[in-house]
Design a binder for this molecule. Structure first.
Ligand SMILES: CC(=O)SCCNC(=O)CCNC(=O)[C@H](O)C(C)(C)COP(=O)(O)OP(=O)(O)OC[C@H]1O[C@@H](n2cnc3c(N)ncnc32)[C@H](O)[C@@H]1OP(=O)(O)O
Ligand SMILES: N[C@@H](CCO)C(=O)O
Length: 351
């Protein structure tokens, strides 16, 4: 896992929206393909909640010849967001004042912070133009903010999210955070890394896995079948497994920080109305919804596309629910191929 990741130090301090100044911030990233002479062929992939910079491990169907990110033509970059636990600045980075990891003292991170952090690294890599920015869920929220904050972006593909985090999605994340914070090993966020709130994060992932999928998917996969002679349902065994799997690879503080960052997602915040803010995004944007997504339902993507002057909406059909953006490669590539085709006949420089 995480093959080919580079970790570098940002060459300027990273200052968060809340005003926290990190004099030294590490950024983990992975690239594919070459930056061209004019340095304007970058394609930025933004990762979702538990993803990381090795996008080829979780977006394999969208990276390749003719895909959304084509290493033969594009300089593809994926950067681990600050607050995560996969190499970039996060709660286990050392606080220079105390010489100890930040842990529960790590400051708030917003979606805008994530994007500005990535913009700093892209500057450092010499990127002058971004052909496309894409992502789903948390990745889509970042990609939308990229359209607003970064003048270099010339087109975008946004999947399975909306213009702001809804009370429905905030509530779901809140319940998951309560499971983590209710674990005796949480210790106010000042736990030892080797003995974190594993039960809490496993419970949070179980809840999340229900919102990421659908009744149809679980009916087809498990029905009412039992896993063992103790009377455990298959679905229970599956959720236990998924919870433990995440507890082994992800950090509870990062889970709290990143889900709270998702709750800050609201492109209108301190900027004006949604109509004004999104109306200023003149670049072509493909918005993709999943018909069975219960977490970020299709009306959110339809609305977002309608508020973007050059927005297009497409729906994919799937029983997988929200997670379909990490699974339904064929349908997504079809939509993306059409979008890329449409750009050939329309200029993509307008901002
Ligand atoms: C190498 C890495 O870790 S890279 C992945 C890092 N993750 C990310 O970047 C986030 C994006 N990825 C994801 O969210 C997910 O991987 C997805 C959505 C792409 C796919 O989800 P998955 O969990 O792989 O698929 P699915 O829901 O079918 O579950 C399959 C797993 O459940 C297990 N399982 C299935 N039924 C049961 C059951 N009844 N009891 C116990 N376990 C079960 C399978 O054995 C399989 O285990 P494995 O993951 O060890 O192979
Ligand atoms: N399944 C995704 C979250 C979906 O948005 C992840 O684990 O990152």
């Amino acid at each position: 896992m995480n093959q080919g990741i580079t970790i570098t130090t940002l060459n300027k301090p990273f200052i968060t929206e809340s005003g926290h100044r990190f004099k030294r911030a590490e950024a983990a990233y992975k690239t594919w393909g070459e930056l061209n002479e004019s340095a304007d062929n970058a394609v930025v992939i933004c990762h979702a909640l538990t993803g990381h910079a090795a996008a080829d491990e979780w977006f394999p169907g969208l990276i390749g010849p003719g895909c959304a990110a084509d290493p033969e033509e594009d300089f593809i970059v994926c950067i681990n967001v600050p607050g995560s636990c996969y190499g970039s600045l996060g709660p286990w980075s050392v606080n220079p004042e105390s010489g100890e990891p930040w842990r529960g003292g790590f400051p708030e991170i917003t979606i805008r912070d994530m994007v500005r952090f990535q913009m700093q690294l892209l500057d450092q890599l010499g990127v002058k133009g971004i052909k496309r920015v894409l992502g789903g869920s948390l990745g889509g929220m970042q990609a939308l903010e990229f359209c607003i904050l970064d003048e270099r972006v010339r087109s975008a593909i946004l999947m399975a999210m909306g213009k702001a985090h809804t009370p429905w999605a905030i509530g779901i994340s809140h319940a998951q955070r309560a499971a983590i914070m209710g674990d005796a090993d949480w210790k106010g966020g000042f736990y030892d890394r080797e003995k974190g709130p594993a039960g809490g994060i496993a419970a949070a992932r179980m809840m999340a896995m229900i919102t990421y999928r659908t009744p149809e998917d679980y009916n087809r996969k498990f029905g009412r079948k039992l896993q063992n002679e103790d009377g455990q349902f298959q679905v229970e065994s599956y959720l236990n497994y998924q919870g433990q799997k995440l507890a082994k690879r992800f950090d509870a503080l990062s889970y709290i920080i990143l889900t709270k960052a998702m709750d800050t997602h609201d492109v209108s915040r301190n900027r004006g109305s949604f109509e004004e803010v999104l109306g200023r995004v003149k670049i072509p944007v493909q918005v993709i919804g999943i018909d069975s997504d219960h977490l970020y339902p299709v009306p959110e993507q339809k609305e977002l596309a309608s508020l973007l002057p050059n927005g297009r909406f497409s729906k994919i059909t799937s029983d997988f629910g929200h997670d379909a953006f990490l699974i339904e490669w064929e349908q997504m590539n079809e939509v993306i191929r059409e979008f890329k085709e449409s750009l050939k006949s329309a200029p993509i420089n307008a901002k």
